[in-house]
Design a protein around this ligand. Structure first.
Ligand SMILES: Nc1ncnc2c1ncn2[C@@H]1O[C@H](COP(=O)(O)OP(=O)(O)OP(=O)(O)O)[C@@H](O)[C@H]1O
Length: 323
């Protein structure tokens, strides 16, 4: 395969500013699917585009690809403005947005060969693409005999025929079993390690948490957080100290007086904002409260996500406003 084309050094692979899209429902109400969204996907690596169901991810991805026209805002893909500049970069962008459409009775390999011929790329790319997604051994099997995960990986292989610099995958792990999820994750990692940019959307954070280098979190069509996964999880704010004391009321008073927030979950006090367990024990001991249990609960991206998006899928839905 040739070296994947990349945008100029330092340019983001995707840059979205002030993007907005409303839909009109059958009851003539307006749904704000995407609301003044800013999104920056750095060039290279895996970028998780995360948000609960209905938070506007698919609509955004469709706007990135010029499939849906935004009400306002701007989109740049690999430096080119969408939609006007899209023809110049479309050959370097691969996307899996809807369920893959392959002939069920043909083998995976034959499906890819037909596709390669249709888009006028050399058939020799087929083997490399199958290899990249770990399907070379199963390339001769009929598509309909593939597992859901294999079908997804074949869809990714199809995008690789063009040797894209940017891959956009909408919920590629949806409905997959744990092994299927691991396989798709490994494929995304391998593609990013080749210098490509992989933009992957998901409503299930656990599915991308371990593979994404950077993430953007959306809720109700708006960006609520972005950055490196480690930064979102790191820092004092991201850890909670759990401490068990005989007198939780007195313990909580001491800790709150120190400026930390405290929640009594019935069994232990959960302290956030403290620099660590040692600081919490010290403050308590100075007030003659001696913990019988101390621990640190590290937050995972899931809890950060639930906090940011207002806890759960319902909170992420697009608001309806009167037309
Ligand atoms: N064609 C459409 N007509 C009307 N409303 C739409 C249309 N497409 C999407 N919506 C609404 O826009 C909002 C955002 O939907 P979208 O599919 O972009 O979210 P999503 O984050 O991709 O959700 P999911 O993870 O469930 O696919 C939802 O309220 C959805 O019902």
């Amino acid at each position: 395969m040739t070296e994947p084309a990349r945008p100029a050094a330092g340019d983001p692979a995707v840059e979205v500013r002030g993007l907005r899209k409303t839909y009109r429902t059958t009851s003539l109400r307006q749904v704000v699917a995407v609301d003044r969204l800013d999104l920056t996907v750095p060039s290279g690596g895996v970028h998780g585009f995360l948000g609960p169901n209905g938070s506007g991810k698919t609509t955004t991805i469709r706007m990135l690809l010029g499939l849906v026209r935004p009400d306002s805002g701007s989109v740049r893909l690999l430096g080119a403005r969408v939609p006007d500049g899209l023809p110049a970069v479309v050959g370097r962008v691969g996307a899996v947005v809807e369920g893959p459409r392959f002939s069920p009775d043909f083998s995976g390999r034959r499906n890819l060969r037909l596709l390669a011929a249709a888009i006028d790329v050399p058939g020799t790319r087929v083997e490399a693409a199958l290899e990249r997604v770990g399907l070379r051994e199963r390339g001769q099997d009929q598509f309909r005999r593939y597992s859901l995960g294999m079908k997804q990986r074949l869809a990714i292989a199809a995008t690789l025929l063009k040797d894209p610099a940017l891959l956009i995958l909408d919920e590629p792990t949806n409905g997959l079993d744990p092994q299927g999820i691991r396989d798709v994750r490994a494929t995304m990692r391998a593609l990013a390690d080749e210098g490509r940019t992989v933009l992957v959307s998901s409503h299930l954070l656990a599915e991308v948490e371990h593979v994404a280098d950077t993430v953007s979190v959306v809720a109700r069509g708006r960006l609520v957080a972005e950055g490196r996964v480690g930064d979102l999880l790191g820092g004092d704010a991201a850890q909670t100290v759990r401490v068990g004391v005989a007198d939780p009321v007195r313990g909580a008073q001491l800790l709150v007086a120190h400026g930390w927030s405290v929640r009594d979950d019935g069994a232990v006090l959960l302290v956030s904002g403290a620099p660590g367990a040692a600081a919490v024990t010290e403050v308590l001991a100075r007030g003659d409260v001696f913990p019988h249990e101390v621990g640190v609960v590290r937050r995972d991206l899931e809890s950060v996500f639930l906090e940011l998006t207002g806890s759960g899928a319902r909170a992420g839905r697009a608001p309806e406003v009167a037309a």
